[in-house]
Structure formats: C-alpha cells, structure tokens
Design a binder for this molecule. Structure first.
Ligand code: DON
Length: 306
C-alpha cells in the first residue's frame, strides 16, 4: 500500500461525509449512551503491516456495542469450530436488530450471529467454551490493539441491564427452545458487558486486521483458518449492518459491523481495517456519518470487495 497518503485520505473522506444533509440521532434506549457528544467524529485505518493513521476523535474511547459481536463470533469459532452453526443461522434477517418475530417460527435458532438473538447464542457458546466470554473479548482487544487499558464501562453495562427488557425476552425465549447452555442471567450479563467495552477507532482498526489477514493475529499466530475468516467476512457483509446490509453493500461494498454507540468497523481484505465513529444513527441503528465516510472512502479509492 506504499504511496497512499492515509492522513490526507482520512481528512478528505471525513470532509465529504460532513457534507451529508442528515446526522441522525444518538441511541437513547440505553440511557448511559445518550450522554455522548453527538458531534464527535473520528476515523482510523490500520494496515496489515501494523501502521495506523487517524483523524478527528480517533483516539477517544466509545461504547463498541454490537461491534463486539464480531469478536464474540470469531472467538467462538476459533475455540469451538463449526458446531456453532447448528445453533445460529447465517441469513440476513430483514428485521431490526432487536426483533423477536422470527424466533418462534424458526424454533429458537436465530437467523444470524449479529442480530441480538444470534449474538446471545454466540455469547452463550463463548461462555461455554471459555468460562468468561467478556474476559475473552476484552483480552483479545487488548492484545490486538496493544492497548492494555481497554475495559468494560460498567455504567453502560448496568444501564443496559436495567432497561434490557427485549434482550431478556429474547434470551428467555431462546432458552425455552433449549438453545442456551448457561443460565439466562449469566448470558445477559456477559452480553451487556462485552457490548459495553469502551475502545477507540484506533484500537478497533488495529483489532480488525485479523480479518484482513485471512485469520492471522497481530503476533503472527492464527486465530481462524482462511476459510473461517472468509466466512466471517461473508456474514459481516450480508448481516453486519442488519436490515440496511443491502444499502451498506451498495454504498460501501465492504464487510462491516456497526454498533449503536456509533462505531463501524470495516474490513479491507488483504489491506487492513478501518473504523469510524459518529454517534448519530439512522433508522437501522447504523452511524450516519460512519456510513457516509466509508462510502466516500471506497468511492475515492476503489477499495471495495466488488
Ligand atoms: O443489545 C443491544 O441493544 C445493544 N447492546 C447492542 C445493539 C447494537 O449495537 C445494534 N447495532 N447497531
């Protein structure tokens, strides 16, 4: 990737994104998230070679929320292999991320690992495999980013737990079909905690490199086989931004995972990872500025998978 002026590129795509007419609104269904600065905006690119570039609020930690579902999925596959796919599907749901409607007709097998129902099953699997799902995710983020201060924001986790009626309903419903191995309360606690990890664009771009390196970690060891990494990227592309995944593929054309904290982590296969953060969300729960900036990035560079 020699010759690319990443710093200039980031400034240009952020300027383009800021011309978008809409900004969206920060999530407020988790009260602790509503206090975030709505004007925050940052972006970072990390290359597979380990260089990292950033602009704006790229070093400010934010609540990773559903971006963490990408890491629970990768770790559950790394630890436990393909058995996971007996308990969760890999089709886009076409419904909001917190929807309950498909679970009954599909007998407690969530459509994909990124809607909340699927992420609860993946968290349960990781808890079954490691005994500490949130610890596994936190340690992985620390190792890949080289930032030992990455931590769960307990205020966000307990705020979500107090208001998490939908997730509790989903978890109990899944358990009623026998698709949870751990007590519902433990699964929910680990799920809320890994969603409440605070990390910056810099941190997350560095962590995302393992998916650009076909499964190889920052220290050169292998987390996922090449085939598993391809599959995770495929599910990210088709399901990572929920019922806006078609629009995200159309505008951005990269595997990516969004979170209601306003972060989006996207993979540039073979090249690196890019993370953008802007708290204003669209109807589907994806960062408005984030999608606009990634759209501008792939339009300017042609670094789409298509
Ligand atoms: O379960 C929830 O609702 C949140 N902890 C995570 C949702 C989320 O980030 C959806 N992504 N855009």
């Amino acid at each position: 990737m020699g010759g690319v002026d990443y710093q200039q590129l980031l400034h240009d795509v952020m300027d383009t994104a800021l011309r978008a007419p809409e900004r969206g609104r920060p999530a407020d269904y988790i009260p602790a998230l509503a206090v975030v600065d709505p004007t925050a905006f940052g972006m970072a690119i990390a290359t597979v070679g380990g260089e990292v570039y950033g602009a704006g609020d790229w070093e400010t930690p934010f609540s990773v929320q559903s971006v963490s579902k990408l890491f629970t999925l990768a770790l559950a596959l790394a630890e436990g292999g393909d058995d996971l796919w007996k308990r969760v599907g890999r089709e886009p749901s076409g419904n909001p991320f917190n929807s309950l409607v498909q679970l009954e007709t599909e007998h407690g097998i969530p459509r994909n690992p990124f809607i909340n129902a699927g992420a609860l099953v993946v968290t349960d699997r990781l808890l079954e495999l490691t005994g500490d799902a949130v610890g596994a995710v936190r340690d992985f983020l620390r190792a890949e980013s080289g930032n030992p201060t990455i931590e769960v924001d307990d205020a966000v986790a307990s705020s979500e737990a107090r208001h998490g009626h939908r997730n509790a309903a989903l978890a109990h419903f899944i358990a009623s079909y026998g698709n949870l191995r751990n007590p519902v309360d433990s699964v929910l606690a680990h799920y809320y905690a890994h969603c409440a990890i605070a990390a910056s664009c810099r941190d997350l771009a560095l962590v995302g490199r393992f998916l650009a390196s076909h499964g190889v970690r920052a220290d050169g060891s292998r987390l996922l086989t090449r085939s598993e990494a391809k599959r995770v990227n495929a599910v990210l592309l088709t399901c990572g931004t929920y019922d806006a995944a078609g629009e995200f593929a159309f505008r951005v054309g990269l595997p990516g995972k969004s979170g209601v904290g306003g972060g989006i982590l996207a993979v540039l296969p073979g090249r690196g990872a890019v993370c953008v953060w802007g708290p204003g969300l669209d109807q589907a729960g994806n960062s408005v500025l984030g999608v606009a900036a990634l759209d501008a990035l792939t339009t300017a560079t042609g670094w789409s998978v298509f």
